[in-house]
Design a protein around this ligand. Sequence first.
Ligand code: FES
Length: 117
Amino acid sequence: MSGIDVHFWPDDKKISVRSGTTLLDAGRKAKVHIRTRCGGKAACLMCKVKVNDSSSKGLAPMNVNERLKLGSQAEEGYRLACQARVIGPVQVTIPEDPLKAAIRAQLARQAEEDDLF
Ligand code: FES
C-alpha cells in the first residue's frame, strides 16, 4: 500500500504516511519539530501550522473543537497539527517560534544600529 506525501516547510522534509495520520504524528515521523504542550489534545494551540488553499484539500475537514480553538485563524489557512488528519498530499508550513522571531528581530535592529555608528 502506498502512502500519502506530506511535505513540511521551511525544513523541506517529506514523509509518506497512511491516510488518517495527524500532521503532528507525520511531523514526528519526519523528524520535524512541531511545538506541543498538551500532547495533542487541542488544548495548548502551540501546534498551529499553515496550509495553503490547494493543500487544504489534503486534510480532512476541521472538527468542531479545532474550528472553535482556531477562531478566525481557521479562515487564514491555519490548522492544529494534532487535529488535522491527512487524506491526500499536503504542503505544510510550520510558523517560526514566536520567541525565536522576537530574538531575530531584535538582533536585526541591533545590527542596523551598529551600522549607523
Ligand atoms: S498539541 Fe496542543 S493544541 Fe495541538
